[in-house]
Design a protein around this ligand. Structure first.
Ligand SMILES: C[S@@+](CC[C@H](N)C(=O)[O-])C[C@H]1O[C@@H](n2cnc3c(N)ncnc32)[C@H](O)[C@@H]1O
Length: 243
């Protein structure tokens, strides 16, 4: 992976390192345009999961979910402290852009929702470690420790495309190809924008590369309660990938 810091848009405050956010189960359903029934038909992968309660909520509803993030390798106390700092960092970053985010929106006020989501996540990952249930896996794209076609649905939010200012297009292609490899059904990616809200600069190139490999691609309109620009989700049909 090649990282560079030389193309960050100027109007948007610097984000610094990749944020560990804690979007709630309800936000996931809206962002990825899925309903709870879609999540019960087989194993679901959330990569990266950050501090979201999504996986815990799927399991509570009777489904099977695995969540991946490189930060899950941290000891519990360190992870818990980092998550608290990261929620504060997210608030400060968003508060600097009042004209962009619907900060007055009740959904954002429920950004206390992020706090609740993170609290649930921290309790759940702690239980998971004690019980050894393997619901949280430490790994990093573009390489995942799962067999081909393990999951019927793969969701990936707010990492790919978002941080395009520091990961090149080949990294993105390899990461998406890896998500497709471990999937037997659909891969859903959201949002399609970079951190400044503009469409990912290499999206057309990426979609053509995927089509060339026999992947069916389509964009779905969705509605974000917080950032009106985050209005699309990419749906990829894993099927058979041509090398
Ligand atoms: C903005 S969070 C998104 C979390 C969650 N999907 C959400 O919407 O709240 C981005 C996450 O990407 C993780 N991350 C950083 N590098 C990664 C990599 N190479 N592969 C997978 N995840 C990575 C970070 O640790 C962080 O938790």
């Amino acid at each position: 992976m090649r990282w560079s810091m030389n193309r960050r848009p100027t109007q948007v405050p610097a984000m610094g390192r990749v944020l560990i956010s804690a979007r709630s189960f309800e936000e996931y359903c809206a962002n990825f345009s899925v309903v709870p029934a879609d999540l019960l038909g087989g194993a679901v992968l959330d990569c990266p999961g950050g501090a979201s309660d999504f996986g815990a909520a799927v399991r509570r509803a009777g489904g099977r979910a695995v969540t991946v993030d490189p930060q899950y390798g941290l000891p519990h106390q360190e992870l818990a402290e980092l998550v608290v700092e990261e929620l504060e960092r997210a608030r400060r970053w968003a508060d600097q852009q009042p004209s962009r985010f619907r900060l007055g929106d009740p959904e954002w006020r429920r950004a206390e929702a992020w706090q609740r989501s993170a609290d649930t996540f921290l309790r759940d990952i702690d239980r998971d470690r004690t019980a050894g249930t393997g619901h949280y896996v430490t790994a990093a794209l573009p390489r995942l420790p799962f067999a081909d076609g393990t999951f019927h649905l793969v969701l990936s939010g707010f990492f790919l495309f978002t941080y395009a200012d520091r990961a090149d297009r080949l990294f993105h292609l390899r990461a998406v190809t890896e998500l497709l490899r471990v999937c037997s059904g659909e891969v859903r990616l959201h949002p399609l924008n970079e951190i400044d809200g503009r469409r990912y600069r290499h999206l057309d190139w990426l979609l053509q590369e995927l089509r060339n490999r026999g992947i069916a691609v389509r964009e779905e309109r969705v509605r974000s309660h917080i950032d009106p620009q985050d209005d699309r989700t990419l749906v990829l049909n894993a099927g058979r990938i041509r090398a």
